[in-house]
Design a protein around this ligand. Structure first.
Ligand SMILES: CC(=O)[C@@H](O)[C@H](O)COP(=O)(O)O
Ligand SMILES: NCC(=O)COP(=O)(O)O
Length: 249
């Protein structure tokens, strides 16, 4: 049964729209945990467009579940992670001009530089997950880097046209099995919603789903605690094929 990591980046987006002090993502993390979040995820971007350093410092001191820090593989971010010691670091790709994360980290193209970073973070007692596309070569490279976790990028599945979704789901299901065969533990995230999450949550070895934007969007109507409660109910008890019925990949 998968657990739920709630990404609160977009709470911080509302605050940063006015460069002010509210809504405070630190306070909203408590509401997410009251709603049943199994962890809190934040992406400290190099351009600080939403989550700020101060948010991560306060979340480290206040989160009672698990704190997952998404970050680029840079010297600056490594120093912050080693200082604050989140429960997990998820290494993600980053481009300043992107609207949101556009693809998985190219681990295969940078094993030599990533492996030492993974070793230093794990040596500090921090779990390390690599955010990658559901691709065999990338998964092999994740194992070569020494990471114990991968987070499968579900963006292609989430953005797929209706007739393509079974194929994209099959890609993620297959990648999950390959990752497990490599001894990797498997999370997933990006673009998941209340309407497309269940088939991903139903994948046997899926351990945690990191979900943010859709939860914050629903929170505008029902409040964050209730939005998290509703998502966790879907993640914990997913119907197998609510989307596809008898459609096969
Ligand atoms: C890695 C990923 O898919 C998201 O967790 C990431 O946080 C997206 O970046 P924004 O939150 O800035 O959209
Ligand atoms: N790694 C995925 C995540 O944390 C949240 O992504 P999204 O649900 O905001 O697209």
């Amino acid at each position: 049964m998968a657990s739920l990591g709630v990404n609160i980046d977009h709470i911080a987006n509302v605050r940063q729209a006015r460069r002010t002090v509210e809504p405070d993502p630190v306070r909203f993390a408590l509401l997410a945990e009251l709603g049943g979040a199994d962890g809190i995820t934040v992406h400290l971007r190099e351009d600080r467009r939403h989550i700020q350093d101060r948010d991560v410092e306060l979340l480290r001191a206040t989160v009672r579940t698990r704190l997952n820090l998404e970050m680029a593989a840079t010297t600056e971010m490594e120093a912050i992670a080693l200082r604050l010691r989140p429960d997990m670091v998820t290494l993600v790709p980053e481009r300043r001009e992107e609207v949101t994360t556009e693809g998985g980290l190219d681990v295969a193209g940078q094993v030599e530089s990533l492996a030492p970073l993974v070793g230093r973070l794990m040596g500090a007692g921090i779990g390390v997950s690599l955010f990658v596309d559901p691709d065999d070569a990338q998964l092999e490279a994740c194992r070569s880097c020494g990471a114990r976790w991968v987070e499968l990028h579900t963006g292609a599945y989430a953005e797929a046209a209706w007739e393509q979704q079974p194929f994209q789901l099959a890609r993620i299901t297959e990648a999950t099995a390959i990752a497990r065969g490599l001894g990797l533990r498997v999370n997933a995230g990006h673009g998941l919603t209340y309407h497309n999450v269940e088939p991903i949550a139903a994948i046997e070895a899926m351990e945690e789903l990191n979900i943010g934007h859709t939860i914050v969007a629903r929170a505008l109507a029902v409040g964050l605690q209730e939005a998290v409660r509703q998502m966790r109910a879907l993640v914990q008890n997913p119907r197998r094929d609510p989307l596809f019925g008898d459609r096969q990949p």
